[in-house]
Design a protein around this ligand. Structure first.
Ligand SMILES: Cc1ncc(C[n+]2csc(CCOP(=O)(O)OP(=O)(O)O)c2C)c(N)n1
Length: 221
């Protein structure tokens, strides 16, 4: 993300919205103005910041607990309104910061602190597939799912993130990039094994790719 901001030359006018989760510390890692939102509310805060000063480039950085549980409404409605913001959605299939509880995106059968026998879909339901869900929302302009488990996927992730920022520069509206990532700590795995799990379990359940590219579809790119 930071490389994209640098390469697009937008650092001085970029405002990030930090969410709640491990991402809460993102204001320590990005050298741009940052605002801290309440849990799940980052797209609503981003909406306010962007509407107050449309010349700014506004992004959110949110985990799956933040974006797809407590923040589902803000996510869906900011997409439906077609807000001209960039949302980076880090899906690690678990609540990291609070100690490894089940998230909306926890895989069927996945063991977490609150699903010690594995996620039982009969009892707690199925994972929420955010890109698939938002692809039905007319206001969303660009939705892509990427992963950061190997160099090839990292390069593709950067390309998608850059496009999500470029869309905002071009006034194209709501862009979201879902980034499949690992949480070695609460998956109780070495970092290496955790990356292997992204490939063997996450990508098959959450296929990578572009879920919507409104302007490409309309041929008005
Ligand atoms: C209103 C409110 N409810 C619950 C919490 C507790 N809480 C803090 S972080 C978090 C989940 C974060 O999970 P995720 O978004 O997946 O981020 P990760 O830590 O995995 O990056 C929760 C439930 C809170 N801080 N505020």
């Amino acid at each position: 993300m930071a490389e994209c901001i640098d390469e697009l030359g937008i650092q001085s006018k970029t405002i990030g919205i930090a969410s709640v989760g491990c991402s809460v510390f993102s204001y320590n890692y990005f050298n741009c103005d940052m605002v801290q939102a309440a849990h799940g509310r980052a797209p609503a805060v981003a909406t306010g910041v962007k509407r107050a000063d449309p010349s700014k480039i506004v992004f959110t950085y949110q985990g799956d607990g933040d974006l797809a549980a407590i923040g589902t409404a803000e996510t869906v409605h900011s997409a439906a309104r077609g807000e001209n913001i960039t949302v980076i959605f880090v899906n690690n299939a678990i609540y990291g910061m609070t100690g490894g509880q089940m998230a909306p995106t926890t895989l069927p059968g996945q063991v977490t602190q609150t699903s010690p026998y594995g996620r039982d879909v009969q009892t707690v339901g199925y994972p929420v597939k955010v890109c698939e869900m938002l692809s039905q929302v007319d206001g969303a302009a660009y939705l892509e799912r990427v992963a950061v488990n190997n160099v090839k996927n990292l390069m593709a992730a950067k390309k998608a993130i850059k496009k999500a920022f470029q869309n905002q520069i071009d006034g194209k509206g709501f862009s979201l990039v879902e980034v499949l990532s690992a949480c070695p700590t609460y998956w109780s795995m070495t970092p290496e094994k955790a990356l292997e799990r992204v490939a063997s379990e996450m990508i098959p359940y959450y296929p990578l790719g572009v879920y919507k590219d409104k302007y490409a579809e309309e041929g008005t790119k």
